[in-house]
Unconditional design. Structure first.
Ligand code: DC
Length: 220
């Protein structure tokens, strides 16, 4: 397999910025698997599917057509031809995504799509189960963490336009999402065997990117 860099970790650990930066630095493609779970969740909400009902979600999981871009400068994602890059970032979707992504039928379908895109490699893939399930043979696996306070502060900054998104509210919602993502039965968030852990609490974005690029160069 040519270069695949698996970047896993909880929300707000800086995964997206670091993954895009690494892809740019090394001239690789980039895949945001979280965006795929969000797009599936957006479609379920639009379609009136009760997202807390796993059987209802499973029954519709095969329907939406998802297309993920892999350009780190403009990844983009469409559902049935509609660009959903922005609506998948709303709090409504964010607070429903853990329920939808815990449904095995959803995961099976998206993991297949992800493996198709990964193909022969040359890509940085970010998510929760990339090193454990999607691409366990990836030559470079990173588990990116940060303190809960640092993660909440970063998320609140992302959501600055949303008046309900104070640091306290964001921290509580994020703690709930991380608990659900780490304790679900299907592919929970966990550090993969052989993953290199980077705690980004005290690191700049540039330092995180540099550390991953160094790891990748050691492998090639
Ligand atoms: O990375 P993110 O916050 O955009 O991800 C949104 C949700 O998608 C996250 O709460 C859990 C789920 N997810 C997952 O279950 N598996 C992945 N590989 C990526 C994301």
């Amino acid at each position: 397999m040519s270069l695949v860099i698996a970047m896993d970790g909880p929300s707000g650990s800086g995964k997206s910025s670091a993954s895009k930066g690494v892809a740019r630095a090394l001239g690789l493609r980039y895949l945001d698997t979280g965006a795929m779970y969000r797009a599936m969740t957006w479609w379920m909400l639009q379609s009136g599917v009760p997202v807390e009902d796993p059987a209802a979600v499973a029954a519709r999981a095969a329907e939406p057509v998802l297309e993920s871009g892999t350009d780190p400068d403009a990844p983009g994602i469409t559902v049935d031809g509609t660009d959903v890059s922005e609506p998948i970032r709303t709090r409504e979707v964010t607070n429903a995504v853990s329920a939808v992504s815990s449904v095995p039928e959803v995961r099976e379908r998206l993991v297949l799509l992800q493996r198709e895109i990964i193909g022969a490699g040359g890509i940085v893939v970010e998510g929760r189960d990339i090193g454990t399930v999607v691409a366990p043979d990836a030559p470079v696996k990173v588990y990116l963490t940060a303190s809960e306070a640092a993660r909440a502060a970063r998320r609140a900054k992302d959501l600055a336009a949303d008046p309900g998104a104070s640091v306290a509210v964001t921290q509580a919602e994020q703690a709930r999402r991380d608990r659900l993502d780490s304790t679900r039965k299907a592919s929970p968030l966990t550090k993969a065997d052989g993953a290199y852990e980077i705690d980004s609490t005290e690191l700049s974005l540039g330092e995180v990117i540099e550390a991953v690029v160094r790891l990748a160069k050691e492998q090639t």
